[in-house]
Design a protein around this ligand. Structure first.
Ligand code: DX5
Ligand code: ZN
Length: 237
């Protein structure tokens, strides 16, 4: 697990000063995670494509739209046009998943899939060739601030094997309850991309301190995996 990425979720931002918060988290981010909810697939409502368009210029980091909406295929073009480099859909909400993934790629974006905690990896086994990004939910989608479901770690490990078997560089992202206290275990299970929401905004030291702690825990996980300090891995420099 190298090249770990932090993807702040702005779901827990202060909506009264959203532009500022987007800028603040994006400054610490490798990519920005935007949670799109429709009040049907999940019991909450959030951002439409116009919102993303309005804050897209706040940062040059790539944006990913996590579509927690029914029939996501109806909205793909609008989220890509709004500036999302990756569009992530739920197979539980898209009857013809293969077609949906093709459509995301056809629009020029990376095709992502997110799996609810109960959804088996089997749901995507036969469409791996059409997937550019895989997200394993570590909470039930709908709200920020929920507790990390550690029971997902064997699933993350299975997903890692499935990705490695493709020989392609597909990010394996975890989303929900990720904080300095859980990020190491998710990384050890095989994740390399980490959505961090409420932990960022609740950290007493602020956003930068939270990201620094997350990166320190990630480094420890990488060192533990390699069985040697990172300085040795880097040739003693
Ligand atoms: C949950 C969302 C998550 C959420 C993460 O439905 O998909 O991205 O914002 O927030 P935390 O980190 O607070 O669990
Ligand atoms: Zn999300």
């Amino acid at each position: 697990m190298t090249g770990a990425k932090i993807a702040p979720s702005i779901l827990s931002a202060d909506f009264a000063q959203l532009a500022d918060d987007v800028e603040r988290v994006a400054a610490e981010a490798d990519l920005l995670h935007v949670d799109v909810m429709d009040g049907h697939f999940v019991p909450n409502l959030t951002f439409g494509p116009e919102f993303i368009k309005a804050c897209r210029d706040a940062s040059a980091v790539p944006y990913e739209a996590h579509l927690m909406i029914e029939e996501p295929e109806r909205w793909i073009d609008q989220y890509v046009e709004a500036g999302c480099e990756t569009v992530i859909v739920h197979p539980e909400a898209s009857v013809h998943l293969h077609r949906t993934l093709q459509e995301i790629r056809r629009m020029g974006a990376k095709a992502g899939v997110a799996l609810n905690p109960h959804t088996p990896l089997e749901a995507i086994r036969h469409v791996m060739g059409s997937i550019d990004h895989l997200l394993v939910m570590t909470v039930n989608p709908g709200f920020g601030g929920q507790a990390y479901i550690a029971e997902m770690e064997p699933k993350i490990a299975e997903a890692r094997k499935m990705i490695d078997a493709t020989g392609r560089d597909i990010p394996l992202e975890v989303d929900g309850g990720i904080s300095p206290s859980t990020i190491g275990a998710a990384a050890a299970a095989g994740a390399d991309t980490f959505v961090v929401g409420s932990a960022l905004f609740r950290h007493p030291g602020g956003i930068a301190a939270c990201v620094a702690e997350c990166r320190a825990r990630l480094l420890e996980a990488i060192e533990a995996e390699a069985g040697t300090p990172i300085s040795a891995i880097a040739g003693g420099k």
